[in-house]
Design a protein around this ligand. Structure first.
Ligand code: NDP
Length: 329
């Protein structure tokens, strides 16, 4: 027997995603009295910031704030103004009808006049042993967020695209010992970024090597806490198949990102890079009543603060859309 609950209520707006974009959209739409419903996800609400340790570049927190705490605060702020948060995953969406329908993993169905897609993006993973274990303990996907923890340490950047070049160049502000590793000798990065890396004097480049394993150890801090940390990586030479162990204090993985669009592919228009196509400077997608914000529309900046700003834009677009709809009735 199905446990499907079809809510009779048609909400003004449902937001899918609980990163900075989703929560900001919720705060603004709640304050506009639109009583938003936010589908936060079941196992990993809070988005990528839940995997980050200290966030030192979000304005308003001069002493930094832990990623999970920042997300908890955003959640509280959204709830304070009346957002209904559902800790379940959206598994199916019908966006093309006038009333949008979202099915959740336990079979419940949420209906709304408008949808804000704030599903974010996922950093591509290497898929090697030690990657999950040392995430946040020496393995990072964001130099802007974490480079300061590696001051004067030996760090490794993986990737051959512009992101990897950018990560490596950002790290030069903190350390002179950076190794950039590309799995082939073909770089996807633009010439200008490659040149900057090759000329920096602080970055050595190793080609034709892939990471086979991330190794680490446990250490007791002066305060008596046990912490895990990366101490080396096992590399495989892709030309000889030989393995080599390379000491490193940290690993920045920059091998691309994938916008999370699985549920909306074939409905909203996507860009060639996989992000949702929105009218420039807005959150307006190819479908009437469907808006998108945050990393799922952004192939470039991908910061908590830019995602939050984008969520604010989506909330205002929804508000104007609903006002116009009501005026036309
Ligand atoms: P890209 O897809 O351009 O590059 C990904 C890199 O990671 C490639 O070198 C690829 O190698 C490598 N890679 C992929 N999977 C693996 C793996 N499993 N193991 C090892 N290496 C792997 O992604 P980026 O994130 O670098 O860039 C995305 C877009 O954003 C690009 O259009 C880029 O130009 C743009 N961008 C621009 C910036 C700027 O202009 N300042 C900054 C950052 C991004 P292979 O080539 O062998 O597949």
């Amino acid at each position: 027997m199905s446990n499907t609950t079809v809510e009779e209520k048609i909400h003004d707006v449902v937001i899918v995603g609980s990163g900075p974009a989703g929560y900001t959209a919720a705060i603004y739409t709640a304050r506009a009295n639109l009583k938003p419903v936010l589908i936060a996800g079941m196992l990993t609400p809070g988005g990528e910031l839940m995997n980050t340790t200290e966030v030192e570049n979000f304005p308003g927190f001069p002493d930094g704030i832990m990623g999970p705490e920042l997300m908890e605060r955003m959640q509280k702020q959204a709830e304070k103004f009346g957002t209904e948060i559902i800790f379940d995953d959206a598994v199916k969406m019908d966006l093309e009808s006038e009333i949008k329908t979202i099915e959740l993993s336990f079979g419940d169905i949420v209906k709304a006049k408008t949808v804000i897609l704030a599903t974010g993006s996922a950093y591509r993973k290497l898929g090697v042993e030690g990657e999950e274990e040392y995430t946040g303990h020496g393995v990072s996907w964001c130099a802007t967020c974490d480079a300061a923890f590696f001051e004067n340490k030996k760090v490794t950047v993986i990737g051959g695209g512009d992101s990897a070049m950018e990560e490596a160049l950002f790290l030069t502000k903190f350390t002179d010992e950076i190794i950039l590793i590309n799995r082939t000798d073909n770089f996807r990065a633009s010439e200008i970024m490659k040149e900057r890396v090759f000329q920096s004097g602080k970055i050595s480049v190793l080609t034709n090597h892939s990471v086979a394993k991330i190794n680490g150890k446990e250490r007791t801090t002066e305060a008596g806490f046990t912490v895990k940390e990366v101490d080396s990586i096992t590399l495989v030479n892709n030309q000889t198949n030989n393995n080599v162990n390379m000491p490193t204090d940290g690993l920045f993985i920059a091998i691309g990102q994938d916008p999370r669009t699985d549920l909306v592919k074939g409905q909203v228009d996507l860009n060639p890079d996989g992000t949702i196509n929105v009218t420039r400077g807005t959150s307006i997608t190819s479908i009437d009543g469907v808006f998108a914000c945050g990393d799922v529309i952004d192939p470039h900046y991908r910061q908590a603060i830019t995602a939050a700003a984008s969520g604010c834009i989506a909330a205002q677009d929804v508000e104007h859309y609903l006002l116009k709809k009501n005026d036309n009735k």
